[in-house]
Design a protein. Structure first.
Length: 262
């Protein structure tokens, strides 16, 4: 196994695992498709990174921050619904990206690329992924409570604004990491499918979160190995691997329900 593939496996496994873990929370809060909208917001940043040869995750974070601030500002001055403004901003970002995205780099921006990973990139990615994991783990139960009843959470003394701000920052950072391996079009799947897989086979909240992370990491590893073995694009390979895991979980769920009825 080459050094590049080993670095890709380390980076991809860490990114996939934290995306799956965070996705379990997003699915329970019915925000599973938010990752897709944020993925579109990253595309101008990815285009600039490819054009001027700097790290795509840095470009993604910069434009995610700008896009989220723009949505927040427009919501205040227009009073339009957040969903409508998100659609306006992310579709405009997508169109803007294609204006100056080099044609030969389009596949990388949309489908991901693991061929340009360095040791420094892998170390920084793993460090950020661990930071996101421990932060989300620290506030996981509080966010679940906020999702169930914000009034009850407030009555228990939870700072709703702080928790929601940390939660959104963690989502943005995870999306920025994810665009490297699955591109700007499939980040929603990177976050949502492992959580759906875990929902089918878990029996409690702890299992649900743990299986989500494991399914995300395993899918990323399988997809990158497929990319290295048969030269298919890494992004679609990772999402297909995640999809197969989901189908396996459906089979296990059906078998379990049949056994329970007997």
């Amino acid at each position: 196994m080459s050094g590049k593939i080993l670095l890709a496996l380390i980076l991809g496994g860490a990114t996939g695992a934290v995306a799956g873990y965070l996705g379990s929370l997003m699915l329970s809060k019915r925000m599973a498709l938010v990752g897709g909208a944020l993925g579109h917001l990253t595309l101008p940043g990815i285009a600039l990174a490819l054009l001027y040869d700097f790290d795509v995750s840095i470009g993604a974070v910069l434009f995610l921050g700008f896009g989220m601030l723009l949505i927040w500002y427009l919501e205040r001055v227009t009073r339009l619904h957040l969903e409508a403004l998100t659609a306006v901003v992310f579709s405009t970002a997508l169109a803007t990206a294609f204006l100056f995205l080099p044609e030969e780099e389009t596949d990388i921006a949309l489908l991901g690329d693991v061929s340009r990973i360095t040791v420094t990139t892998a170390v920084i990615t793993v460090a950020i992924a661990l930071g996101i994991f421990f932060m989300v783990r620290h506030i996981y139960s509080n966010l679940v409570l906020i999702g169930i009843s914000s009034d009850l959470a407030g009555a228990q003394g939870l700072d709703l604004r702080w928790h929601n701000a940390v939660y959104l920052i963690c989502i943005a950072l995870t999306v920025a990491l994810g665009v490297r391996i699955v591109g700007g079009l499939m980040t929603a799947a990177l976050l949502a499918i492992p959580a759906c897989t875990a929902r089918n086979v878990s029996r409690n909240l702890g299992q649900y979160a743990a299986i989500s992370g494991a399914a995300g990491g395993l899918s990323a590893l399988a997809g990158i190995l497929a990319h290295a073995t048969i030269s298919v694009p890494p992004g679609p390979s990772i999402i297909l691997a995640s999809g197969f895991l989901f189908l396996g979980s459906v089979y296990l769920k059906v078998r379990r329900e049949r056994a329970d009825r007997i």
